[in-house]
Ligand binder design. Structure first.
Ligand code: FAD
Length: 416
């Protein structure tokens, strides 16, 4: 696909950064000024905060995602995996079931996000991850499978392993997942008459001295208290040293044998960035100017989880959706400004708050410096993400799922 006039803007990645950048470009320019192409390997955008409920079955998994094509108007969407980026010839090689092809560009936007960090703990590849829709479905299937087997298992050791659920990482993703998992498991347990509440073991392992470093200390304590009340053994200052044969090894020499070990220990850079000849930070993210433009290659831009964007103090912004979607709008403005020879804007954003849902009508977080706990936090969290979900029909489907979930138990059908 050779480039042409008008300018071709190629966006890689259909997450918060990529899709919202395309939408902003569409809104502020027209087809005589540019052609927008977005490449992503899934034809849907994931509302990641809703992934927990998609995993527990409160939401139909399809309702936590939105079809990218319906979110865009004139952007050309290409469903393909990006294989390599050639910054010198300004071309990107992509693979789809039809084979390989090259797409040329004038301006390139990197919005490819990150991957689950498997480099911290040896053996991490044997653990479940929680980043994609497939991850959420696989984890749910596995939990149900464990109950199916444990219900008739007679060997006590094997049974214990089936009913032990370990999450490694007590950040935002780890605690939200833990909250939803305790609720899901408590909800499905009565379907398995031979599994008693006291047979189930939850372990949350966090290397730092408190949970959710993204929030204030007392909020981490609150989350720990809520989870402990639900039977979770919260271990702080504990770094898992390895995972091997379904066993988590701890520095004390203690081991935890579990058939369900989930890794929620942070984000690593997308492997596509490894060979890209642009400046990167120590985490492998692309270092860009506050305008999100590459220092070395002015026709390359980066945002979201794959970028290191300095705030006014020079500290990189956190890897959060609320940042990525705002970065997208400023980045779109800047690309258009370059083509019109107008001044660029730096990205400056002060977070309005962060909320974490803990399942079972509980949450914790901060909104505009106000600390919120319990039901209120949970309610604000749900309402906010409902409103964020693109499209009226998706919103309606989510509300229906939530309403049904109030009155009925979680489904135990495996989705294979
Ligand atoms: C479970 C979970 C819950 C979260 N909850 C919150 C929350 O409550 N609040 C919050 O602010 N943040 C939250 N986050 C973080 C937030 O999701 C990320 O910061 C945000 O998604 C970053 O946006 P992005 O566009 O940079 O990357 P992503 O949203 O990850 O998008 C990257 C896109 O690139 C595509 N891609 C990657 N590689 C290739 C390739 N080689 N070829 C083709 N396509 C490719 C991917 O498929 C994806 O569509 C959560 C994250 C997770 C995993």
């Amino acid at each position: 696909v050779p480039s042409q006039n008008p300018q071709r803007i190629l966006i890689l990645g259909g997450g918060f950064g990529g899709v919202y950048c395309a939408r902003a470009l569409e809104r502020h320019s027209n087809s005589t000024e540019n052609q927008i192409i977005l490449v992503s390997r899934d034809n849907y955008f994931i509302m990641t905060p809703l992934l927990f409920e998609a995993g527990s079955g409160v939401l139909d998994p399809r309702h936590a995602v939105s079809p990218i094509r319906r979110m865009l108007r004139r952007t050309v969407f290409i469903l393909a995996a990006v294989e390599s980026i050639d910054v010198e010839t300004k071309s990107v090689a992509v693979r789809s079931p039809q084979g390989m092809r090259n797409i040329e560009f004038d301006q390139l936007v990197l919005a490819i996000g990150g991957i689950t960090n498997t480099s911290l703990i040896p053996g991490s590849h044997d653990a479940f991850q929680f980043k994609t829709l497939r991850d959420a479905i696989d984890l749910r299937n596995n939990c149900i499978q464990m109950f199916e087997e444990a219900d008739t298992e007679t060997d006590p050791e094997r049974r214990k392993r089936m009913l032990t659920f370990v999450i490694i990482g007590g950040g935002l993703v780890g605690i939200e997942l833990q909250g939803e998992l305790t609720e899901f498991i408590e909800n499905i347990r009565p379907t398995y008459p031979r599994v008693k509440k006291e047979d189930i073991r939850f372990e949350l392992i966090e290397g730092g001295k408190r949970l959710v470093p993204e929030l204030d200390e007392d909020m981490g304590d609150y989350a720990a208290k809520i989870l402990a009340r639900r039977g979770v053994n919260v271990r702080l200052n504990t770094r898992a040293s390895k995972i091997e044969n379904g066993t988590v090894y701890l520095p004390s020499g203690e081991t935890i044998a579990a058939n369900t070990i989930v890794l929620a220990a942070g984000v690593a850079p997308n492997p596509l960035l490894a060979n890209l000849p642009v400046e990167k930070d120590k985490h492998g993210r692309v270092i860009v100017e506050p305008t999100m433009r590459s220092k070395s290659h002015p026709y390359i831009w980066a945002l979201g989880d794959c970028a290191s964007i300095p705030d006014p103090e020079g500290k990189p912004y956190p890897q959060l959706a609320q940042h990525a979607l705002r970065e997208a709008k400023v980045l779109a403005h800047n690309i258009l400004a370059v083509t019109k020879n107008e001044p660029l804007k730096p990205f400056i954003y002060k977070s309005k708050g962060t909320l974490a849902a803990l399942g079972r009508y509980r949450g914790v977080g901060k909104v505009n410096e106000f600390k919120v706990y319990g039901f209120l936090a949970w309610w604000v969290w749900r309402t906010y993400y409902l409103l964020q979900m693109p499209g009226f029909s998706r919103k309606l489907r989510i509300v229906i799922d939530w309403t049904v979930a109030l009155f009925f138990k979680n489904d135990v059908t495996e989705l294979k």
